[in-house]
Write a protein of this length. Structure first.
Length: 252
């Protein structure tokens, strides 16, 4: 094998590394979006929800019909990975990577018996009893599904809209905002819905816009500045609408 051939092969391999998507970390530093306290609170809420839905086969069937188990587990997976990448990760009283993997495993569960077994591992990780052997790296585009993410965004946006009317629970509303901002990290990376590759830059632009506005909205809510919070919420929704018009529903 000639030296020239080896050199060219090395150049090709090195160049290809820049063409491959780097899924091992979020496209923005988590500390710029959310606190560990916010992330843990959201996880706690979703774990409580799963406990309620997995009381028996009937409650599971009702939740499964709406794909709520998959949806809640996807949110937990995203929040857990955010903790993994957060500089204050030690504040969480559990091994976030273990919890992430348990949540990802639960997402596709089809039966009550299967989900009941898988949720045991999730609850063990959440209670801090897991071994801590999961790798820190994760592919953000595999933590939750786009359909379930959109349902979470729609549902939580309605909750945020109601919360803005009087802002009686600013901390809860702010957490809703940061949760959606974290989900937008997965949104930016999961590009499988973009069938026209020329629209990938627009997808990224709108995902970043949505995340930026929701992050800013959380700060405005905590400052109890309803005017500013509403402006950011409106801008975030405009980004969503533009995405639907120019990417998702284009040509329909």
């Amino acid at each position: 094998m000639s030296r020239r051939y080896v050199f060219n092969l090395c150049v090709i391999c090195a160049s290809s590394m820049f063409l491959l998507p780097a899924w091992s970390a979020a496209p923005q530093k988590i500390v710029e979006i959310a606190t560990v306290d916010d992330l843990v609170a959201e996880i706690n809420s979703k774990v409580d929800f799963l406990n309620q839905q997995l009381v028996n086969a009937d409650s599971f069937a009702k939740a499964q019909e709406k794909k709520e188990i998959n949806q809640a587990a996807g949110v937990i997976a995203c929040m857990a990975q955010a903790i993994v990448e957060h500089p204050d990760a030690a504040k969480a009283n559990f091994k976030a990577a273990d919890l992430r993997d348990a949540a990802v495993a639960l997402r596709p569960a089809k039966s009550f018996d299967e989900a009941a077994k898988l949720v045991v591992a999730l609850k063990e990780a959440h209670s801090g009893k897991s071994a801590g052997t999961a790798k820190p790296d994760a592919e953000w585009n595999k933590l939750t599904g786009m359909g379930r993410m959109m349902e979470e965004i729609n549902s939580r946006s309605s909750t945020i809209r109601r919360g803005l009317r009087r802002l009686q629970k600013p901390e809860e509303t702010a957490r809703d905002c940061t949760t959606l901002a974290v989900l937008a990290l997965a949104m930016e990376i999961d590009t499988h819905e973009v069938h026209d590759k020329d629209q990938l830059p627009l997808w990224k632009e709108l995902s970043v816009k949505y995340r930026t506005e929701m992050t800013a909205m959380a700060k405005a809510v905590r400052a109890k500045d309803i005017t500013k919070a509403t402006e950011h919420f409106t801008a975030a929704n405009e980004a969503c609408n533009k995405c639907h018009e120019q990417i998702r529903d284009k040509g329909k």
